[in-house]
Design a protein around this ligand. Structure first.
Ligand SMILES: Cc1cc2nc3c(=O)[nH]c(=O)nc-3n(C[C@H](O)[C@H](O)[C@H](O)COP(=O)(O)OP(=O)(O)OC[C@H]3O[C@@H](n4cnc5c(N)ncnc54)[C@H](O)[C@@H]3O)c2cc1C
Length: 387
């Protein structure tokens, strides 16, 4: 059994100041009203160009982000690596819609691949499809809506951006994750991800698609992918539960179509753990990253490796968490010799605000998560006091 309760290891690189900041942040976020008030206030202040950058930078940004640039994230990269935790540099400018923004995200992703290719401490790169293409266009592609001449041009530009990323990843031997998003654009994402896997995963898994196990059709999707890839290419998969649960339910309700996500948490957990089993049973053809803050799923994956006699640090199997969250999982897994990495979001403060707001909202909405973070911080503060 992994001892996730070893808080000395979990917070080994956190100063008392770090712990106090985390305590006040998570305490604040745990109150939905206060959290809503603060996120609303931040949105308004940024819209009005009020000088709140330094406050955000010293608090929520410091907890969840590496820096404004790749260079500024170096301190975090090195700090994590002291505990043998790898970094996944994640350019987190979200909700952008112009060609210049897409080209900027492309440039950043390429730079992160170049950096990963010369760094032992950066095992993966990542990109979000909506960072490279308009959401509305992805939706049209998803729905096979007829495209205007301009849409066609933008679609080709988007596909070229994705291909440029995957080609560089292949040439530099760097694995790259394609993040999963809302179900109403996910078929379009799966389609290009499958194409890229077929093209660049012929020798090993370098391109990873993401599967959200809160969806009620993803186990079938995984089986279909296994069938389709047989003897043709390796599969790279990041397994997550899914970040848009409320939006999925709401949209299905508003538009009167069958809800694509599970309604019971236990169903999502069951499918997540099933997917872990399926992947490990096919490990000769699949490489996986378990992107989760869930202790049970992390333990189940560790047990599966043990049962199948797979080395803990087999490079086809990674655990991954987000910077600033679930250090008790990351640090204790790494201490036990498993491969661990953290998403390290970076970017200008105003651009990463949607990411930070999502963290705040997620942390108030996930039953259990907030409690876990807070309890661990309080217990560690107490442990240090008792020394
Ligand atoms: C490294 C990493 C990469 C990620 N990449 C992506 C990505 O590409 N795309 C993406 O969408 N998300 C991504 N996520 C976020 C992820 O999907 C989850 O939102 C988050 O990690 C919380 O889930 P959990 O597995 O950590 O565990 P838990 O805290 O145990 O589970 C919470 C999750 O369970 C599900 N859930 C909650 N309530 C219910 C309910 N009533 N019925 C059914 N299901 C429910 C939701 O998915 C919720 O997020 C990523 C997370 C990590 C750590």
């Amino acid at each position: 059994m992994i001892n996730f309760k070893n808080l000395k290891i979990a917070f080994s690189d956190k100063s008392n100041t770090d712990l106090n900041r985390a305590y006040f942040l998570f305490k604040g976020m745990s109150n939905p009203l206060f959290s809503k008030f603060l996120t609303g206030l931040s949105k308004l202040a940024l819209k009005l160009h009020l000088p709140i950058n330094s406050i955000i930078k010293a608090t929520v940004y410091k907890q969840f982000c590496g820096g404004e640039t790749i260079e500024q994230s170096q301190v975090t990269i090195e700090k994590l690596w002291k505990s043998k935790i790898g970094t996944i540099l994640d350019f987190s400018a979200e909700g952008k819609e112009s060609k210049a923004d897409f080209d900027r995200a492309l440039k950043q992703t390429l730079a992160s691949i170049e950096k990963a290719s010369i760094s032992d401490n950066i095992p993966f790169s990542v990109f979000k499809p909506t960072g490279l293409c308009k959401f509305s266009l992805l939706q049209k592609i998803n729905d096979s809506t007829s495209l205007t001449a301009n849409d066609e041009k933008e679609k080709q530009e988007y596909e070229a951006r994705v291909n440029t990323i995957c080609k560089l990843a292949h040439n530099k031997n760097v694995a790259v994750f394609i993040d999963a998003e809302e179900s109403w654009i996910q078929d379009a994402i799966d389609s290009i991800a499958n194409k890229m896997m077929a093209k660049y995963n012929t020798e090993k898994a370098l391109i990873y698609n993401t599967i959200q196990l809160y969806r009620n059709d993803r186990i079938t999707y995984l089986h279909t992918l296994l069938d389709r890839s047989e003897n043709k290419f390796f599969i790279g998969i990041k397994l997550v539960r899914g970040a848009y649960h409320q939006q999925e339910i709401q949209r299905a309700r508003n538009n009167n179509y069958p809800c694509p996500v599970h309604l019971e948490k236990s169903e999502t957990d069951r499918d997540y753990n099933r997917a872990l089993n399926i992947c490990i049973n096919n490990i000769d053809r699949i490489a996986i990253c378990a992107g989760t803050h869930n202790e049970d799923s992390s333990q189940i994956l560790a047990n599966l490796l043990d049962e199948k006699g797979i080395k803990k640090n087999d490079d086809r199997i990674y655990f991954s968490q987000l910077l600033g969250m679930s250090d008790h999982i990351s640090y204790n897994l790494s201490f036990a010799n498993y491969n661990v990495s953290k998403y390290v979001p970076y970017g200008p403060v105003k651009d990463v605000m949607p990411y930070l707001i999502r963290r705040a909202e997620e942390n108030t909405s996930i039953a259990g998560q907030m409690g876990r973070e807070l309890t661990n911080i309080i217990d560690e503060k107490q442990r240090r006091k008792n020394l």
